[in-house]
Design a protein around this ligand. Structure first.
Ligand code: DGT
Ligand code: CA
Ligand code: CA
Ligand code: ZN
Length: 585
C-alpha cells in the first residue's frame, strides 16, 4: 500500500485552506497535483528516497509542492499547512460536507461568525445569522439548513468507497501474522452496503491477546478505543473498526452471525426454532430434549450440529449458502428454501465499460490512455462518453455538437491502434423536461449515447418520472446514466417511480445505469432489483475520469448483486456482437 492517497489528501486539505483564504490559482495547482499523486504508480515515499527531482517527475508537481511532499515524508508534518490550520481552526470536512458549502464559504463564515463546526453552522442558520453576512442571502441560509442532516449522517456513517480500502489493507496486514488462521470482514461492509457505520472484522485464532496486540499496533490506527481478550475496537483513518476473535471451529458461526443483517438472522433463527434447533454465534445446536431454563441461559446447550463454516450454518437449516449482499431479509431466505436464489453477476463477467471521460471534457487522461488502461483490464470494448455542454455543466467543461463530431474522428483514430473496440459516445444531459442537450444528427452519428440528469435534481417525483421516461424513450439513447442523481451524504436526488422507468426501459431497450462511483451507487440495489423484475436492461459503469477509477467497478458489481442481478441482466457482460446489436437498436 503506497502513501500516495495520504499525501494526496494533505494536498487537497492545503487547497481547501488556501481557497478559504481566497488565495487565487494556487489551490487549483494543489488539487491538480493531488490528483496526479493519487494515481501515480510509484510510492511517493520511494520517490522521496530518490530525491526531490524524482518527486517532481509526478505530473503537476513543481518544486514548491515537491519540497512540501519531501518535508512531510521526512518530518511527518508540513509547517505551512500547520500554520494554515492554526489560522483557520475549522472542521473543513464536516462543513464542506454540506451541499453548497465549499471552502470559500467556510472561510467567509469563519471570518464573519466564527463558525468552526456543523453545530455552529446549524445554530447560526437557525438564528438567521447567515443571511446577515455579505454575499449570503436567505435562500442560501435555507439551503444550508435543508442539507445539514445529510452532512450529519456523513459524520457518523462512511462511504463504502472510503471504508472498504481501509478494511482490505487491514485484512492483508492481519493475515501477515501467523497466529491469524482466518480473517474476514463481517457486518454491513461484507454486505456491501453503500454506507457503513463501522468496519467489522472477524479473526480465527488460538492466541487472541497476541492478535489484539498486532491489531492495535497497526500503523493506521489513530486511537485505541477498547482492547479486550476476545474483542477490540480502534479508530483508523477516521473509521471505527471492531475486531472479534474466535477459535477456528466457531469461525463459521460467528461469521454468519456478525455479517447480519439483524433481520436476516432473525428470519433464520425462526426457521431454526421450527426445527428444534438453536442458532447463535457459536453455531447451530440441536436442543430437542434440553430444558427450557437450560435453553435460555446456556448459549451452547444441546448438541452442536454446525458452526465450523458458514455453509454448515445454512446447511443445518436445509438452505444453500446465501451471498452476503442478499442478506437483508428481502425474500432471500424464502428464495433459498425454494432453491431459487439468483446466479449473481461477478466482476469477471464484465467485458467492458461504457461510460468514461477523457481530457476532452473533465477527465484527466487522453483517449489513448483510457484505451490502454482498458486493455490492461482485459476489456473487449470501451465507451468514451465525454460530457456534452448544457445545464448542470459548470465551467464550460461540456462539448458542443461540432466538438463531438471532431471527437468521433479522434476516437476512430485511436481505435485503429488499440486492442479494445472503442465506442464513440457522449454523456448528454437530460434537461428538466426530458429533452437531451445534443442535436439528434450528432446523436445519430455516435455509437453510444448515455444521457444523465445533472441539473434540476429537486423536482417532485411525478415531474422526475415524466422527465426520465421521456429521455428513456428518445430513439437515440442507449443508457440512462445515474438515474436519480443522488450523491450519498450530499443530496437525495430524484425519486422517480422505478416501476414506470423500468417498464419504459424494457420497452424502449434502454439500459438503466448502476453508476459505480462510491459517492453515487445510483441506481441503488433495491431499485435495481425492481428494475430487472420489469425487464429493464442494466449497465454497470464506473464513469471513470481517470484510469485509476476503473478500480471502482467492484462497488458497482456488488450493488448489482444487492439488486439480485445475474450476468445476463447487465449489458456490459454481453458479447461484443450482442452489445452492438443492442446499441444499434
Ligand atoms: P452498520 O455497522 O451500522 O453499517 O451495520 P452492521 O450491520 O454492520 O451492524 P453492526 O456493526 O452493529 O453489527 C454487525 C452485525 O452483527 C449485524 O449486522 C448483526 C450482528 N449483530 C451484532 N450485534 C447484534 C445483536 O445484538 N443482535 C443481533 N441479532 N445481531 C447482532
Ligand atoms: Ca458494522
Ligand atoms: Ca460493529
Ligand atoms: Zn459521466
Amino acid at each position: 500500500m503506497t502513501r500516495n492517497v495520504e499525501v494526496a489528501a494533505l494536498l487537497e486539505e492545503f487547497a481547501d485552506l488556501l481557497d478559504a483564504q481566497d488565495v487565487e490559482y494556487k489551490p487549483r495547482s494543489y488539487r491538480r497535483a493531488a490528483e496526479h499523486v493519487r494515481d501515480h504508480p510509484v510510492d511517493v515515499e520511494e520517490l522521496v528516497r530518490q530525491g526531490e527531482d524524482a518527486v517532481q517527475e509526478i505530473e503537476g508537481v513543481g518544486d514548491a509542492i515537491a519540497s512540501k511532499i519531501v518535508e512531510y515524508i521526512e518530518t511527518d508534518e508540513i509547517e505551512e499547512l500547520e500554520e494554515l490550520r492554526d489560522e483557520l481552526p475549522v472542521r473543513m470536512d464536516e462543513l464542506t460536507a454540506v451541499e453548497g458549502v465549499g471552502p470559500k464559504t467556510v472561510g467567509a463564515l469563519y471570518e464573519a461568525l466564527g463558525i468552526t463546526t456543523l453545530d455552529d453552522l446549524e445554530a447560526a442558520a437557525e438564528a438567521g445569522e447567515i443571511q446577515t453576512v455579505s454575499g449570503f442571502g436567505s435562500k442560501t441560509e435555507q439551503n444550508i439548513l435543508e442539507h445539514i442532516p445529510f452532512a450529519r449522517e456523513a459524520s457518523t456513517r462512511h462511504l463504502l468507497g472510503h471504508a472498504r480500502p481501509v478494511a482490505d489493507e487491514l485484512l492483508a496486514y492481519l493475515r501477515r501474522d501467523d497466529r491469524v488462521e482466518c480473517a474476514s470482514v463481517a457486518g454491513s461492509i461484507r454486505r456491501w452496503r453503500p454506507t457503513i457505520g463501522d468496519i467489522d472484522i472477524l479473526v480465527a485464532t488460538d492466541t487472541p491477546e497476541a492478535v489484539v496486540e498486532t491489531f492495535t499496533d497497526w500503523e493506521r490506527v489513530d486511537t485505541v478505543l477498547e482492547a479486550g481478550s476476545t474483542k477490540a475496537s480502534v479508530r483508523a483513518r477516521g473509521v471505527r473498526v471492531d475486531l472479534r476473535l474466535v477459535p477456528l471451529d466457531t469461525f463459521g458461526g460467528a461469521l454468519q452471525y456478525f455479517t447480519g443483517s439483524r433481520d436476516h438472522n432473525v428470519r433464520l433463527r425462526q426457521l431454526a426454532i421450527d426445527r428444534d434447533l438453536k442458532m447463535s454465534e457459536y453455531g447451530v445446536f440441536d436442543i430437542a430434549g434440553v430444558s427450557q431454563t437450560e435453553r435460555e441461559t446456556n448459549p451452547r446447550a444441546g448438541e452442536r450440529v454446525a458452526g465450523d463454516t458458514e455453509e454448515s450454518m445454512y446447511a443445518a437449516l436445509d438452505l444453500p449458502w446465501i451471498p452476503p449482499e442478499l442478506r437483508e431479509d428481502a425474500g432471500e431466505v424464502d428464495a433459498a428454501a425454494e432453491d431459487a436464489l439468483p446466479e449473481l453477476i461477478e466482476q469477471a463477467d464484465v467485458r467492458g465499460e461504457l461510460h468514461n471521460h477523457t481530457e476532452w471534457s473533465d477527465g484527466a487522461a487522453t483517449i489513448e490512455e483510457m484505451a490502454r488502461a482498458a486493455e490492461d483490464a482485459g476489456y473487449t470494448y470501451l465507451g468514451i462518453c465525454d460530457h456534452a455542454t448544457g445545464p448542470g455543466m459548470v465551467g464550460g467543461v461540456g462539448l458542443r455538437d461540432e466538438e463531438l463530431r471532431e471527437q468521433i474522428d479522434a476516437i476512430r483514430t485511436v481505435d485503429e491502434d488499440v486492442d479494445v473496440t472503442l465506442y464513440a459516445g457522449v454523456e448528454a444531459n437530460v434537461e428538466e423536461d426530458g429533452a437531451l442537450s445534443v442535436g439528434d444528427d450528432v446523436l445519430a452519428a455516435l455509437d453510444l449515447v448515455v444521457a444523465s440528469p445533472h441539473s434540476a435534481l429537486d423536482q417532485d417525483a411525478e415531474a422526475a418520472t415524466e422527465r426520465l421516461v421521456r429521455a428513456i424513450e428518445h430513439p437515440e439513447i442507449d443508457i440512462l446514466g445515474h438515474p436519480t442523481g443522488r450523491m450519498l451524504h450530499r443530496r437525495e436526488g430524484l425519486s422517480p417511480s422505478i416501476e414506470r422507468l423500468a417498464t419504459a426501459a424494457a420497452e424502449a431497450r434502454t439500459a438503466l445505469e448502476i453508476n459505480a462511483h462510491p459517492a453515487r451507487l445510483d441506481l441503488s440495489g433495491s431499485m435495481v432489483r425492481a428494475a430487472i423484475e420489469y425487464g429493464a436492461p442494466i449497465a454497470v459503469n464506473t464513469d471513470a475520469h481517470s484510469p485509476g477509477e476503473f478500480a471502482n467497478l467492484r462497488y458497482g458489481i456488488h450493488t448489482a448483486r444487492r439488486g439480485w442481478c445475474e450476468p445476463g441482466d447487465v449489458i456490459n457482460t454481453w458479447s461484443q456482437e450482442d452489445l452492438e446489436a443492442f446499441l444499434a437498436d
